[in-house]
Write a protein that binds this ligand. Structure first.
Ligand code: SF4
Ligand code: ZN
Length: 313
């Protein structure tokens, strides 16, 4: 902690933003993050007057911070918020975060809905992972969980009667996803990363209002605003390539303050060019009839169920 005074109001600073050189007191830091999120929302037309916004809250720092920030401006902008939590069924981990999410939403006076994997897919994540191991499928826990989670969130938003789905992906998540997509040679997914929401046939607009905020600034925001969050990590967290990329990027930022921010700006430019030239495939899944972009006419979620069932690679 620094003893220098705030660059803006002379109160004692509690945060040094290395990439900009600013020293910030807790009030000016909180405002600066809220302003940044408001700018992101407006720049990419993420939320419009009268929208009903489902906020995906896991109980972690990012999603509860997102709920906190959106709750500050929702009334002013004529928006309704509803918090949704997906219960993957991870023993000992999800129970605590569910309680935190429910209590925090209720403290902010926001409706909260929980949707369990078991109800949607017939199995908990743990049961699904057991099936994966028995069939020796080569898929990480997070890629299975992520595929089902995306489907579960769409369903939850529908149950909540929302037309916008907000997730708490931050700047660090964006960079990691970009490098994962580059490593996998998946150019189409980079086009999808551009933050301007795509309007889906079912009318759901998916947005990431925290995409320009560093992960460690979100953690600090949560800390100084007394946001209670689950600090324990999911037991499957460190399996994937994402953790290695995360460490690599943190080392880079440590040595070259602001490099993550520059990388994000490049990603936004690259993804914009790709998005502008992208041909949107609007197919329907032949199993669940949801909109999907897969050429074989089966969405990723239904394909995963088939693979887990018959063990096909
Ligand atoms: Fe799912 Fe992976 Fe997140 Fe755990 S860390 S909840 S397995 S995506
Ligand atoms: Zn499907």
């Amino acid at each position: 902690m620094s003893t220098r005074s705030c660059t803006y109001c002379n109160a004692e600073s509690v945060y040094h933003r290395r990439y900009s050189g600013e020293y910030l007191c807790s009030r000016c830091f909180t405002r600066s993050v809220q302003r940044k999120v408001a700018r992101t929302i407006s720049r990419y037309s993420m939320i419009k007057h009268g929208d009903r916004v489902a906020v995906a809250v896991s109980g972690g720092k990012d999603s509860l911070t997102l709920l906190h920030i959106l709750s500050k401006s929702a009334k002013r902008h004529g928006n309704e918020l509803v918090a949704i939590t997906i219960d993957e069924g991870i023993t000992g981990y999800r129970d605590e975060s569910l309680r935190i999410a429910r209590e925090f939403a209720s403290m902010l006076g926001i409706e909260h809905i929980t949707i369990p994997y078991k109800e949607l897919f017939g199995n908990t994540l743990e049961e699904v992972l057991k099936a994966r191991d028995e069939k020796a499928l080569r898929m990480s826990s997070c890629s299975i969980c992520g595929t089902f989670r995306r489907r579960a969130m769409d369903t939850a938003a529908k149950v909540a009667d929302a037309n916008v789905l907000a997730t708490a992906h931050n700047l660090d998540d964006m960079l990691q996803t970009f490098i994962i997509n580059i490593s996998a040679g998946d150019v189409e997914r980079i086009a999808w990363m551009y933050p301007e929401p795509v309007e889906y046939a079912d009318g759901l607009r998916k947005i990431k209002p925290l995409l320009e905020v560093y992960e460690h600034e979100i953690a600090f925001y949560a800390l100084i605003n007394d946001i209670p969050f689950q600090s324990e990590q999911c037991p499957y967290m460190n399996e994937g390539i994402r953790s290695s990329i995360r460490e690599f990027l943190n080392t880079l930022e440590q040595r070259h303050a602001g490099i993550k921010y520059n990388m994000l700006n490049s990603i936004l430019k690259v993804s914009k060019v790709l998005r502008d030239n992208m041909e949107f495939k609007r197919n329907r899944c032949s199993i669940c009839s949801r909109e999907c972009s897969n050429d074989d006419g089966i969405c990723s979620s239904c394909m995963l169920v088939i693979r887990l069932d018959d063990g096909s690679k």
